[in-house]
Structure formats: structure tokens, C-alpha cells
Design a protein around this ligand. Structure first.
Ligand SMILES: [Zn+2]
Length: 421
């Protein structure tokens, strides 16, 4: 008999301190919905759900007819399920990790190295850079999702330098003048002026940062208490970040990086060397399998300011939304296909009036998450139909066709990660 290529997974939860608490967290809500046995602790953060075969959170197979216990074990013994190109290109491993994130407090200001830099950093400091792979990431909002992404247009930064003297103090008059003078120059001059300003900021002495930040916090608080709107200098966000990370240089980074509030279904793609930070909200995230992150603020973890300032793409741009394309073959399918080989994410929104929906067969192993709706899944190799509801996660082997029967007339919302080479 053919090897069963489709089966449900029980996925690992990571309780990092920055996660949303208890049932405020979408991670916890998905978990509670898919597994009636799950007990949600209201005093515990539910930060991430890992849907993949990463050794620190290898998904368990929820089918006791299958002898392997975890997805990682199963893939290593059934390599053809990856798809022939994926198997060869990524040495028999699933190339991506698919996640749900529920963010309560900001994650660090960070960027991920490209492959070349990742190899170099890993050689030099393997304790901080545990592997030699790049780590492109994509976040698609499930709820309103706030993050920082890429450098703002220079004009915006210049305006903040005028309106926020505490910021200008840290950057200094020379670098400030250089940036102001660069607005009409070519992009290389602007990039180097931007690098100089950002580096001055990030390399400021700790005590000076603490001092200027407390002046700014005091000024914003007083103005806000007097009824003045401080949104032109992101007053509310500054106070919020300062409360989470008092005295942290990362609080000032909001004046350099674009602030994005994604609506459900909107996405940002974090290619190599783009500075970013997730601030608040719930999203699905897909990334290449790697741990290489260079951090420079809003974190108690190891920070490496010189490497970060050196590696970043100093390309100012307002345009940071990553747009999906509508499938020609399937009217319910949107495809988020970033310019990296490691992963693609698909979103399927199927109206509840449809009784049966066919999931497109692709030449790649994939992982399917049910965010809304209730179905039974069947496939040529599955022995019995698999019931799935909100929070359910399904592994689908390469080239396997899966049919979903809607068991209630409720709209379906599904996300699927795969690797289209
Ligand atoms: Zn990141």
C-alpha cells in the first residue's frame, strides 16, 4: 500500500516572555480550538506555534498508524515526500519553518544576514550565530499587526530630527547636517548619510541615551497630560516601548524605521539586511530554517551593534507592504511568493456556501493551517478522512491532492506554506 502522505500534526508552543498571555493569544486560542484536551494557563505567555520539523519544536504526528512519532523523523525516512527538487536543493530537509506569532511586547530591532555574511558570522562567532544559513522571513497579519520595517524616507527622518531635539542630540550636528543635505543628492550619498546618522544613534553612550530618553519621555508625558496630540512624533509608541524597555536605544529607532500596521491578510517581507521589529499583534510567519539574527536593541539578548550598522540596506522607502498575487487557477487562492527559494505562503478564503474545496497539488511538501472553518480532509493515500477545525494543522506530501469537505456552512480561512522551486 502507498505510504500515507497526509496526516494531522500537533505543533509545539513556545512560551517566550514577549508573547500574549493566556487566551488573549491567538496561539493559545488556536491550540484550545484544535485540541479539547489542551488547558490554557491564563498567566502564561503563548508566543509562538511552530509548524515544522525544527529540532527544537518538531511537530508530533497525530496518527498512531504511522510508526514515526514526529514530522522530522517521518521526513527523514520518507524523503520523496519533499518533492524531487526540494529534496535535492535542501539536502532532504524541509526548508522552511511555519509559525503563528502572538506578540504582546516588542521583539528586538534586528536584521538577518544574507548567506555570505551568515557564513562569515557563523565562522567567527558560532556561539551567537548558530548556523551558516540566511533567514528571510515573511509575516502575514491575522489581527491588526504592528511592526517596524526598513528605513523611512529621508524627509521623514529629517522632520523627526527637527521635532525631536533629544534624537538630534544623540546623532550630533554633523551627521544631522549631512543627512539634511543629502535629500536632493543621489541615492548613494543619501545611503551613506543615513548610515552615518543611524550608526551615531546606535553607538551612543548608554548613559547619554538614558538621559535623552528620559527627557523625551517626560516631555511627551507632560504634553499628552496637557491634552496635546503627540502623534507627529509617535508619542504613544515611544511611551509604550520605553515602558517595555526602559532606557533602551531601540526606542529611538522608531524615528528611522517605517511603522506599519498591517490589516488581516496584509504582509511584510523581511529580506536580508532589512532592519525590522515586530511590535504587537498576531500573524502567521514563514521563514527559512535558520537562527541567524543580528540584534541591536529592545532585547535582553546578545546585541551586535557594529555588525548591524555595517550590514544594513540603507535604502529609504515608504513602500513596505508585500502584496500577494491572485491565482489564475483558483479564485479563492492568494499567493505570497517572496524572491527567495526557501518558501511561499498561500492564503485560501473559501466561502461557506461551497461544499467541497480542492487544495492544489504542488511539487513540494506543505503544511496547512486552518484559521477558520471546519472540514474533513481526504486524499488518495489517507486511509480515513481527517477531521480538521480551527487550529488544525495538516502535513501534505508533495504532489498529493487533498479534498476538503466543509462540514459547517462557515467561511474557511486557510494558510499553507510550501516551497515552489
Ligand atoms: Zn526577524
Amino acid at each position: 500500500m502507498a505510504v500515507q502522505q497526509v496526516f494531522p500534526l500537533s505543533c509545539a508552543v513556545q512560551h517566550y516572555a514577549w508573547g500574549k498571555m493566556g487566551s488573549n493569544s491567538e496561539v493559545a486560542r488556536l491550540l484550545a480550538s484544535s485540541d479539547p484536551q489542551a488547558r490554557i494557563s491564563e498567566d502564561k505567555p503563548y508566543a509562538e506555534l511552530w509548524m515544522g520539523s525544527h529540532p527544537r519544536g518538531d511537530a508530533k504526528i497525530l496518527d498512531n498508524r504511522i510508526s514515526q512519532k514526529t514530522l522530522g523523523q517521518w521526513i527523514s525516512e520518507n524523503q520523496d515526500c519533499l518533492g524531487s527538487k526540494v529534496k535535492d536543493t535542501f539536502n532532504g530537509k524541509l526548508p522552511f519553518l511555519f509559525k503563528v506569532l502572538s506578540v504582546e511586547t516588542a521583539l528586538s530591532i534586528q536584521a538577518h544576514p544574507n548567506k555570505e555574511l551568515a557564513e562569515k558570522l557563523h565562522l567567527q562567532a558560532p556561539q551567537h550565530y548558530p548556523d551558516a544559513n540566511h533567514k528571510p522571513e515573511m509575516a502575514i497579519a491575522l489581527t491588526s499587526f504592528q511592526g517596524l520595517c526598513g528605513f523611512r524616507p529621508v524627509e521623514e527622518i529629517v522632520t523627526f530630527l527637527t521635532k525631536v531635539p533629544e534624537l538630534r542630540f544623540l546623532i550630533g550636528d554633523n551627521a544631522t547636517a549631512q543627512l539634511k543635505g543629502s535629500t536632493s543628492s543621489d541615492s548613494q550619498v543619501a545611503a551613506s548619510a543615513l548610515q552615518s546618522c543611524f550608526s551615531h544613534l546606535m553607538k551612543s553612550e548608554k548613559n547619554v541615551v538614558v538621559e535623552q530618553l528620559s527627557l523625551l519621555v517626560k516631555r511627551i508625558s507632560q504634553q499628552a497630560a496637557a491634552g496635546n496630540n503627540m502623534e507627529d512624533i509617535c508619542g504613544e509608541l515611544l511611551l509604550q516601548l520605553h515602558q517595555q524597555y526602559p532606557g533602551d536605544i531601540g526606542c529611538f529607532a522608531i524615528y528611522f524605521l517605517n511603522l506599519l500596521t498591517l490589516k488581516p491578510g496584509e504582509a511584510m517581507f523581511l529580506e536580508a539586511n532589512v532592519p525590522h521589529a515586530y511590535l504587537k499583534g498576531d500573524c502567521v510567519e514563514c521563514m527559512a530554517c535558520s537562527d541567524n539574527t543580528v540584534r541591536a536593541g529592545l532585547t535582553p539578548k546578545f546585541i551586535d551593534v557594529p555588525t548591524l550598522c555595517e550590514m544594513l540596506s540603507y535604502i529609504p522607502s515608504k513602500d513596505r507592504l508585500f502584496l500577494p498575487t491572485r491565482s489564475q487557477e483558483d479564485p479563492y487562492l492568494s499567493v505570497y511568493d517572496p524572491p527567495v527559494p526557501d518558501f511561499t505562503v498561500m492564503k485560501m478564503e473559501v466561502p461557506g456556501s461551497i461544499t467541497e474545496y480542492k487544495v492544489l497539488a504542488v511539487d513540494s511538501a506543505s503544511i496547512l493551517l486552518v484559521v477558520q472553518g471546519r472540514v474533513t480532509a481526504s486524499s488518495p493515500t489517507a486511509q480515513t478522512p481527517i477531521p480538521l477545525q480551527r487550529g488544525g494543522v495538516l502535513f501534505i506530501g508533495a504532489n498529493e491532492s487533498v479534498s476538503l469537505k466543509l462540514t459547517v456552512p462557515e467561511d474557511l480561512l486557510l494558510f499553507r506554506a510550501c516551497c515552489l522551486l
